[in-house]
Ligand binder design. Structure first.
Ligand SMILES: *Cc1c(COP(=O)(O)O)cnc(C)c1O
Length: 416
């Protein structure tokens, strides 16, 4: 177990061993196209650094969409995966395996939520949360099935989780939607209470809306939601797929508000780069019966071993407090840049941050310029036309974070 609070040194990436394959030599058209991607193929990574097929290096502040908690190719995770791969890869949902039991035990102890279902993606975990809430409503609340969700929320890309999401356009994209997700406005408790009726079983939200552009639910709002849900017997469901596992400072972002949810989902950072997600719920809410829930890969031992290795590092004494210190320093630099650029400062917590650039479309122009900068590139995410999102590895060192600030500063001075 890694007990040091210092990030591991960024070891040099090994030379590719070949002169490198050009982008045009890859048959990328074999992939279904669903999003524009830059004409680069990434082949290696280490810590905060990625390398493309032609040996060019990039400082990575996207980290696989806030997935790579410990950066690229982290030793503890690589070793855990190698050891587990040589022992047991898969037994299926009908048989127990040791890493799944151990992971469920760790996650329930860390969250205070009594039981855990392991899934393969954030959407699958959220889909499970929705099913659990509907079943709870049928059993305990006279068939209530509506879950109040929020405008601009993002909960995944299955039909039900797209319906739960409040991303503009999702309502008509694959119509008809799955019904039962009335939309409220974040940080407006009246907008929630006015939607509550006999059909309501719960409220579901992200403690920080990530895909919306890093928009925070205020702690007072989370506490008010907790009060309303407790008074009326509704389930408070927090989607911590992006905010969980230390990304915002505390292990779970809702802890900042001092509240306890009834149901929580995790994903992204849990596996540190491998596809694993979790649905956690209070004991009294867990009402699945045989046949209600499952999945071929639930509790797959390989991915559970990786998640255990991530948790070992993230929950080691001092890891998150050291990360929070580096994050605060990074944020000071970002806030200074944001003010200079005429924006309101940056939003977010810990290492889930966004910088507002008031000029429409500038965020994408800056992201493109950073990626294509002379020498080494840098990766950031233009989450909205006027917002850059930064999600460095939680163990990114001071040197890498300072370099990121310097390159961002230079690029903002050149790109409008
Ligand atoms: C990414 C994300 C999801 C979906 O997770 P997938 O693993 O892509 O299915 C759900 N909720 C939130 C808050 C997310 O950021």
């Amino acid at each position: 177990m890694l007990t040091t609070t210092e990030p591991p040194p960024a070891a040099p990436i090994t030379a590719a061993g070949s002169p490198g394959r050009a982008f045009d030599d890859y048959p990328v058209q074999a992939l279904m196209s669903f999003t524009p991607r830059p004409p680069v193929v990434f082949t290696e990574g280490r810590g905060s650094w990625l390398q493309d097929s032609q040996g060019r290096r990039y400082l990575d502040l996207v980290q696989g969409w806030a997935v790579n908690t410990l950066g690229h190719a982290p030793e503890p995770v690589a070793q855990a995966i190698a050891a587990q791969a040589g022992r047991l890869l898969h037994v299926g949902p009908g048989l127990h395996n040791a890493p799944a039991i151990e992971l469920a035990e760790r996650l329930t102890a860390l969250s205070g939520l009594g039981r855990c279902f392991l899934a393969g993606s954030g959407a699958e975990a959220n889909e499970g949360a929705i099913k659990l809430a509907r079943k709870f409503g049928r059993n305990k609340r006279g068939g209530a099935h509506e879950i109040i969700t929020f405008r601009h929320a993002f909960h995944g890309r299955t039909l039900a989780t797209m319906s739960a999401s409040g991303k503009p356009g999702f309502d008509t994209l694959f119509a008809p939607q799955v019904p039962g997700f009335p939309k409220a406005t974040l940080n407006d408790i009246e907008s929630v209470t006015s939607l509550i009726g006999p059909g309501t079983v719960g409220v579901m939200l992200e403690p920080i809306q990530g895909e919306a552009g890093v928009i925070e639910a205020q702690p007072e709002f989370l506490r008010a939601l907790r009060r309303v849900c407790s008074e009326l017997g509704l389930l408070l469901i927090v989607d911590e797929v992006q905010t969980g596992i230390g990304r915002t400072g505390p292990l779970f972002a809702h802890q900042r508000a001092g509240i306890a949810p009834d149901v929580m989902t995790l994903g992204k950072g849990l596996g540190g780069g491998v596809p694993i997600a979790a649905l956690l719920a209070r004991e009294e809410v867990c009402c699945f019966e045989p046949g209600d829930q499952g999945g071929t890969y639930t509790g797959n031992p390989l991915v559970c071993a990786a998640a255990l290795a991530v948790l070992d590092v993230v929950t080691a004494p001092g890891f998150l407090s050291a990360m929070t210190g580096r994050a605060a320093h990074f944020r000071e630099g970002l806030d200074a840049l944001a003010l200079r650029e005429g924006g309101p400062g940056c939003s977010g917590q810990g290492l889930l941050l966004a910088l507002e650039l008031p000029q429409p479309g500038r965020a994408q122009r800056v992201a493109d310029a950073l990626r294509e900068r002379a020498g080494e590139g840098m990766l950031v995410n233009a989450v909205r036309p006027e917002r850059l999102r930064l999600m460095p590895a939680l163990n990114a060192g001071e040197a890498d974070l300072s370099l990121a600030l310097q390159w961002l500063d230079d690029t903002l001075r050149q790109v409008y």
